[in-house]
Design a protein around this ligand. Sequence first.
Ligand SMILES: Cc1cc2nc3c(=O)[nH]c(=O)nc-3n(C[C@H](O)[C@H](O)[C@H](O)COP(=O)(O)OP(=O)(O)OC[C@H]3O[C@@H](n4cnc5c(N)ncnc54)[C@H](O)[C@@H]3O)c2cc1C
Length: 448
Amino acid sequence: MNQAVLNITKTYSCDVLVCGGGVSGFAAAVAAARSGADVILVESGGCLGGTATKGLVGPFMTCYDAKGETQIIRGLFAELAERLVREGGAIPPAACRGGDSYSGYRPTGHIGVMPFNAEVLKRVSEQMCVEAGVKLLYHTIVLGCETDDARITRVYAADPNRVIAIDANVFVDTTGTAALAACAGAETVRGSEDGPMQMASTFFVLDGVNKAVLDAHMAEHTEMRLRYFMDEIARAQQEGRYSCGTPKLRMFEASDGTWIVNMAQTDEPLNELDGEAVTQAEIAQRAQIAQLMTFLRETIPGLENIRLVATGSDIGIRESRRLVGKTVFTIDDIRACRQFEDRIAVCASSVDIHGKNGVSYAAHDLDNYTIPLSCLISNNIRNLLTAGKTLSADRYAFAAVRVMPPCIAMGEAAGITAAIAAKRGLDAADVPCGDVQAELRARGAYLN
Ligand SMILES: Cc1cc2nc3c(=O)[nH]c(=O)nc-3n(C[C@H](O)[C@H](O)[C@H](O)COP(=O)(O)OP(=O)(O)OC[C@H]3O[C@@H](n4cnc5c(N)ncnc54)[C@H](O)[C@@H]3O)c2cc1C
C-alpha cells in the first residue's frame, strides 16, 4: 500500500497486533498481554464483543461435554464467566440445565449455556483488556498491510479522522472475515463447494414477556414443533402476515429478564464482504423485526405486551472467509472424537448450520473432541494466526466450533502462541506446542 497516498498521520509499534475485538480477539489480546507481550487491539466498532455485543447474540452456547456433566471450556472463558456473574451480568453455566427459558426451552444440546447481558460483557471484557495492559484502538478499521518474505510487517488502518500504521512482530486476525489474512495474501477459503454460506440474522431484544404464561405453555407442550410455534408461523405465512425470518420461534431469556429473539433472517446467503449488500440486509431486517413484533404480540401467549428494547447494530454474520492453516480441522475429526497431540481446546459443540432451507443441527452426543493449534496458524504467512470463526476448518467442523466458548478458547491459545513467537523471534508454526499447552494448563484450561 502506498504511504504517500494514504498520508499516514501516526505510527504505532507493538509485539502482537490483534485485529478485531470480538470474543476471539478479546481473548487473544488478553492472553498475549498476560504472556508479557506489548499488545494493540484494533476494532472497527466502539466496543469489544463483536457478534456477542453489537450483534446481541446470546446465550453463550455450552461449555460442557455432551452429557452436560463436566465443564470442558475453562481457562479465560471460565474467568470471564465468573466476572460476568460477579457483576450481575450472567447466570453461571452450571445453573442452566437445559429445557428452560435460558436454553430457549430446548432440552438437548443446551445444558450449560450462559445467558448474559451484552452491556456488562462490553464493560468486563474491556476492563480485562485494560488490566492486562492491552492498548485498545476502537473505531479503527484494518485496510491493508505490507509483507516481506512471507511475513506481515505493517498494518494500515483508519479511524474516522486519520490513517495510521501499526508495526508488529506477530499478527492475530480475529476480524471474523479474515480481513487481514486476505490483505496479506494468506490463503483463505469461503463457504465450500458442497453447500452455500449460512444465512445471516439480526437478533433483537424485547421485554414485557409474561414468563409465567410462556412457561405454562412450554410445560403443557413438550413437542418441539409446538414449543417453536411452527404451526402458527406456517399459518401466518400462508395468510401473508409473516413474510420473513425463520419458521420457528427461537427466543432465549437473558440474565437480566429481557429476551433475545433469533427470527429475522436473510432469505438468501448474504455477501458479507459487500458493504452495500450488508447495509440493504440490515435495513430489510429491521423492517422484518417490526413485522415480527406484531406477529409475536398477536400470536404467542405471554407476549401480548412485549416492547422492543434493541436490535443488533450489526447483522449477525455466521460464516465468512476462513484461513487455510497448517492443518484443516474436519468433520471427521469431530466424528472420530480426535485427540490431537497439539490440542489447545477440548470441545463438544454440535454442528449447527443455518442454511437456506432451515437449520441442520447434528447433536454431538459422543465423547469430546479437540481443536489443534495448527488450524490457527496460516500455512503461508509466517507470523499470522487466527482464532474463532476464521479458523482453518471445513464448513461442518467450522459450524460446530463457531460458537462463543470455543472461540474464546481458540483466542486464548492464539494469543499465547503469538506472544511466545514475538518474544523468541519464531515463526508461529515453530512455537513448541508443549509450551503453549503448559501455559494454557497453568491458566486453568482443560486439555485432557
Ligand atoms: C446470527 C448468529 C447467531 C449466533 N448464535 C450464537 C449463540 O446463541 N451462542 C453462541 O455461543 N454463539 C452464537 N453464534 C456464533 C458466535 O456468536 C460467533 O461465531 C462468535 O461470536 C464469533 O466471534 P469472533 O470474535 O470470532 O468474530 P466476530 O464476533 O465477528 O468479531 C469480529 C470483530 O472484528 C471487527 N472487525 C471486522 N473487520 C474489521 C476490520 N477490518 N478492522 C478492525 N476490526 C474489524 C468486528 O467489528 C468485530 O467486532 C451466533 C452467530 C450468529 C451470526
